[in-house]
Design a protein around this ligand. Structure first.
Ligand SMILES: [Zn+2]
Length: 300
């Protein structure tokens, strides 16, 4: 049995999967914010609860905010700041009495879709989360590619490629740079672009609704969004040439992207023809917790 934990800022979700991917049990708890020891206890309680419910013992994988720094072994870049600077994987392993595997949420998303989702059976998968932020993860042969700095797939913080004059230097990003892909392709990035063009405040969902009903300013904002996504993903195609690209996060619900972006990326990718499929997620919001479970492979 594979147990996946999705450690979020407001809740901790836990799922137990059979080897064929069938969900055996699911439990959740409110995240004890700003209390590291209580966070460890909550995860331990969830694992014990799932094992009681199923009568089986499982491996444990955790999708977490931030990353375990390969340099220090400590959590870095977590917006759940009480985890930063902690040796989370070792502390949790001690609490559970077994080895634990951890990965960030974008990597778990990519792994979930690669294992038994939209990219099932593909060798090289690029998974993208476009929502509140913009993240990415790479899965090769069913394993997450992490890299020596644990930044493989961190696509949100490359600069928007082939920028137009009005896109330079681009919006300031929380990472300290300007013009990062995240500042354009996150939901708030689309809302900012629309506000700068029109002076009015709408969120991404409302912009998409207006565009669908024929509003010219909203349509123009979405067309800019699609062109930017195509440029940004063409860069990924040039470097990685994945077999499948899967979108996740709130913006992945925008059905038109799956037709427009692959049409537009033909212009930018370094190839006479691009056949790469761009697919919507199969598991949607459940991908984080399912991907965490699959940090232990099906066939291990
Ligand atoms: Zn950035």
């Amino acid at each position: 049995m594979r147990i996946g934990i999705d450690l979020g800022g407001t809740k901790i979700e836990a799922v137990a999967l059979a080897r064929d991917g069938q969900e055996l049990a699911r439990q959740r708890l409110v995240t004890p914010r700003h209390d590291y020891d209580a966070t460890l206890r909550a995860i331990t309680a969830l694992v014990a609860g799932l094992e009681r419910e199923t009568g089986e013992t499982g491996t444990v994988g955790v999708g977490m905010p931030g990353t375990l720094s390969p340099a220090t072994g400590l959590v870095k870049n977590a917006n759940s700041t009480w985890l930063n600077g902690r040796s989370f994987d070792r502390d949790l392993a001690k609490a559970l009495g077994r080895e634990v595997r951890c990965a960030n949420d974008a990597n778990c998303f990519a792994l979930s879709e690669a294992t038994d989702g939209a990219a099932s059976g593909a060798r090289v998968v690029f998974g993208v989360i476009v929502g509140t932020g913009t993240g990415g993860g790479i899965v090769v042969d069913g394993r997450v590619l992490t890299g020596p700095n644990a930044i493989a797939g961190e696509w949100g913080h490359i600069p928007l490629p082939w920028p137009k004059d009005e896109e330079r230097p681009g919006p300031a990003c929380y990472c300290g740079k300007s013009g990062c892909v995240e500042t354009y392709l996150s939901g708030p990035g689309l809302a900012r672009d629309y506000r700068e063009a029109t002076g009015s405040e709408l969120d991404a969902v409302a912009i998409a609704e207006r565009a669908a009903s024929g509003d010219a300013a909203a349509e123009a904002a979405l067309a800019r969004y699609e062109d930017r996504m195509a440029r940004a993903l063409a860069t990924v195609l040039n470097v990685l040439d994945p077999d499948v690209v899967v979108l996740g996060g709130g913006m992945s619900r925008l059905a038109r992207l799956y037709e427009s972006v692959p049409r537009l990326w033909q212009t930018w990718a370094f190839s006479d023809r691009v056949t790469t499929p761009l697919r919507p997620p199969v598991h949607g919001d459940a991908s984080g917790v399912r991907g965490a479970a699959w940090l232990w492979g099906r066939d291990e």
